[in-house]
Structures are given as C-alpha cells and as structure tokens.
Design a protein around this ligand. Structure first.
Ligand SMILES: Nc1ncnc2c1ncn2[C@@H]1O[C@H](COP(=O)(O)OP(=O)(O)O)[C@@H](O)[C@H]1O
Ligand SMILES: [Mg+2]
Length: 229
C-alpha cells in the first residue's frame, strides 16, 4: 500500500530545516501502524507526504502503486479523493454544516448523486453509532462524538488508506478508547490500511506495528508488544 524510498523533506531556504532525512518504509495493504516520536521528529511531515498533501524534496513515495512525488497538485487531489482519508486531532469539521452535511462533503466533491450521498451518509453515521445526530451542528456534540463524525466522513468514500494525526489527542481516556476501538473495527471489518501518529503508548498498542521516528529518520520498526487488541 505504501512504499517510501530515501524520502527527504526540507523546508525553507537559507536556514533550511530537514524534517525527514531519508526514510525507507513499506506498509502492506491491511496493516494498522502507529507512528511515534518526539515533537519535531517529522511525524506530521511524514503523514502529509503519505496523504499527498505535500511532495518530498527527493525520494519516491508510492501509494497504492501511484508515485505521488512526480504528480502535480491537481492530480494528487484527484488521487486523494478516492484513495486516502484523513482524521485529525482537532476534528476539522465545518462548524456551520450539520453532521450529515459534513459527512457528505467528500461525496459531493466526488460528484455522487444525492440519492447515493444520502444512502452512504446514513450508513457511515450508523457505522460510528451516530445515526441519531445527523441534524446536529458540530458545536452541539462532545469531543468524542465530533471525532466519530470525522471518522464517518473518512469512511464514507470507502478509501483504502486512512491517515490519522493524533486522533485521540483531545479526548479523555474513555472517549479515546472508544475511538481506538472504532478504528480497530474499521481495520478488521474493511481491511482499511491505517497509519496513526500518536504520543500515547496505549493508543499505539491498538496497532499491530510501531514505527519510531527521531530526527527525521526511522529509529525503530517492529510489532507492538501486546498490540492489536
Ligand atoms: N511548514 C514548515 N516550514 C518549516 N519548517 C517546518 C514546517 N513543518 C514542519 N517543520 C519543521 O520540520 C520538523 C518536523 O516537523 P513535524 O513533522 O511537524 O514534526 P512532528 O509532527 O513529529 O512534531 C520540525 O523541526 C518542524 O519545525
Ligand atoms: Mg505533528
């Protein structure tokens, strides 16, 4: 699903920052991978490159067989719509749109018919246990519920790759656990490949494999002790 070869990412001009200093990595379809590392080690940069939100300075990134490094912005955005979905620590919902409208957004962008949109939105909300909340605004929901809306929005396109940047970072332990269980269920039932950045060892232990970054390099890579619960 993911193959990175000698991926380097530097930011800026004169006083350039090397965010990634040569990453080699392969993630097989259907894996659930945690990415950990100190602040500034390159986790978000890596996730943004995997998601085609940015391009590497050098090296190659294959996502589902497509090389993102040599694609333009427009092509990457087309590719993202069908293949990649994202969830973030801060949910990133549109505050003026109802829950159902938030979940429907990626389908509207993909040009789906309104009947198909309604059907798939209803199913996605059911899958995350929020079928009763479709007419609410994000403000009217708890943090855990908002993250479940974001997960429904991620699920609704059927993308095979889900990228998550600190998805439990704003939640208390119990709510975080619900989100991890949901991600785990999605992974198990749909075979979705999941890459999740986290600070939290407990969150990492929901995954099968742990990749540790330090100073823009892979410092460790292996199975999670007691992982894949
Ligand atoms: N847009 C940017 N411009 C300049 N430097 C950046 C930018 N994004 C990240 N960096 C730098 O790259 C390094 C890695 O950042 P990041 O990937 O955000 O780390 P992490 O998510 O692990 O905390 C840091 O030194 C950070 O300051
Ligand atoms: Mg980060």
């Amino acid at each position: 699903m993911l193959r990175l070869q000698n991926v380097v990412k530097t930011y800026g001009g004169k006083s350039a920052v090397t965010a990634l200093a040569g990453i080699d990595l392969t993630v097989t379809g259907g894996e659930m991978v945690a990415i950990m590392g100190p602040s500034g080690s390159g986790k978000s940069t890596l996730l943004n490159l995997l998601g085609g939100l940015d391009v590497p300075t050098s090296g190659s990134i294959l996502v589902a067989g497509t090389d993102l490094a040599d694609k333009g912005e427009k092509e990457r955005s087309m590719f993202r719509r069908t293949t990649i979905s994202y969830i973030f620590q801060a949910y990133h919902l549109m505050p003026t749109l109802k829950v159902s409208q938030n979940v429907a957004l990626p389908l509207h962008l993909a040009g789906e018919s309104s009947a198909e949109v309604s059907r798939r939105v209803a199913q996605a909300l059911k899958d995350v246990g929020l079928e009763g909340r479709s007419s609410h605004l994000p403000d009217e929901l708890s943090g855990g519920e908002r993250q479940r809306v974001a997960i429904a929005r991620a699920l609704v396109t059927g993308a095979p790759l889900l990228l998550a940047d600190e998805p439990t970072g704003n939640l208390d332990t119990a709510r975080g656990e619900e989100i991890l269980n949901l991600l785990r269920a999605i992974h198990r039932e749909r075979g979705t490949t999941i890459a999740m950045v986290t600070h939290d060892h407990h969150a990492a232990s929901a995954c099968d494999r742990l990749i540790r970054l330090r100073d823009g390099r892979v410092e460790g890579d292996g199975p999670v002790a007691g992982g894949g619960r």
